[in-house]
Design a protein. Structure first.
Length: 320
């Protein structure tokens, strides 16, 4: 059995840690209230933008534009915007987003990572992925201008042919205790992608499960927002006025920027929710350990007193 001094030191150490985790939980709770409101205000626009533009691109009949290029032979170069946090102590929040890339269909040779958040950058570099840029400061207070800056970088990579496909990995904020790591394909978006989305919606409905946003952390989903069911089967082609290339050249950058900003807002709310839950669990565990150590300390104290009494009685008996 550990000595009373060792038990007391350990209990005091855990009490100090408990005070820190409790304070971090309170801070995350306050931040969550503001981030949650912002995410709920942004989500309807975020979803409608994705549904509208992805549906429009799916009806474009494989048309070529500045960001819609024809299929090429060989492996495709994929770009992934990965949104994580700058700090840890948030449970599995960061690792779940990283798993969308490391356990998905993204080989290191043909994948370019655009990291938003220090934890994701460090993890993916450790796995050997090619990371371009560092947008970690964006997570301190995301603004639409930050999304525009990231959007210019990724759309420029698409135009130059540096990447052929663009994905977005982030965490959907469902509620205070549930945050879902999600992967969506942003560009190019064709009829096959729309049919995949419709199939996922049908499967989710048949299982009485939430929409594709609620996919498990280990599942890599191609889209996090439902696409209109009318995309199942033949669809009418999209007509453009003015010319197709000019129209897409204006709409697609706005579409990309809007999705990035929506994902940033959702990620901030998810991060604070995950950290609040993690710190709450840590505080509960600390309190449980403190209680256990209190029992051990009392037992050790009782054993020491009993030993002292035994020694006194034995000494008195020896004298007499």
């Amino acid at each position: 059995m550990a000595s009373m001094r060792d038990i007391k030191r350990r209990r005091e150490s855990i009490q100090s840690t408990s005070q820190i985790t409790k304070a971090m939980k309170l801070v995350s709770t306050v931040k969550l209230q503001k981030a949650k409101g912002h995410a709920e205000e942004t989500k309807p626009y975020f979803q409608k933008m994705y549904e509208t533009v992805s549906g429009m691109l799916a009806r474009s009949g494989g048309a070529e534009g500045p960001y819609q290029k024809e299929e090429k032979e060989g492996p495709k170069k994929k770009g992934v915007i990965v949104i994580t946090s700058n700090r840890g102590l948030a449970g599995g929040y960061n690792s779940n987003v990283v798993k969308l890339v490391t356990q998905g269909d993204f080989d290191k040779e043909n994948t370019v990572i655009f990291p938003v958040g220090r934890k994701g950058l460090e993890s993916l570099r450790r796995y050997g992925y090619n990371c371009q840029g560092d947008y970690s400061e964006v997570m301190n207070k995301p603004l639409f201008g930050d999304a525009v800056s990231i959007g210019k970088t990724v759309t420029g990579a698409l135009e130059s042919g540096e990447i052929d496909e663009l994905y977005l990995a982030y965490t959907v904020f469902k509620n205070t205790v549930t945050q879902i790591p999600t992967l969506i394909k942003i560009l190019p978006f064709g009829e096959d992608d729309a049919q995949n989305d419709a199939a996922q919606d049908a499967a989710a409905a048949s299982q009485s499960a939430p929409t594709p946003q609620s996919a498990p952390a280990s599942q890599s989903v191609s889209a996090s927002h439902s696409v209109p069911q009318e995309k199942q089967g033949p669809v009418a082609l999209m007509n453009y006025e003015p010319e197709e290339e000019e129209t897409l050249g204006y709409i697609i950058p706005l579409y990309v920027n809007s999705l990035i900003f929506g994902a940033l807002v959702e990620a901030v709310a998810s991060e604070n929710g995950a950290r609040m839950q993690a710190m709450d669990s840590a505080t509960s565990n600390a309190e449980e350990m403190i209680g256990t150590l209190g029992l051990q300390y009392n037992r050790a104290r009782q054993a020491a007193i009993t030993q002292e009494l035994t020694e006194i009685v034995a000494g008195a008996a020896a004298i007499s």
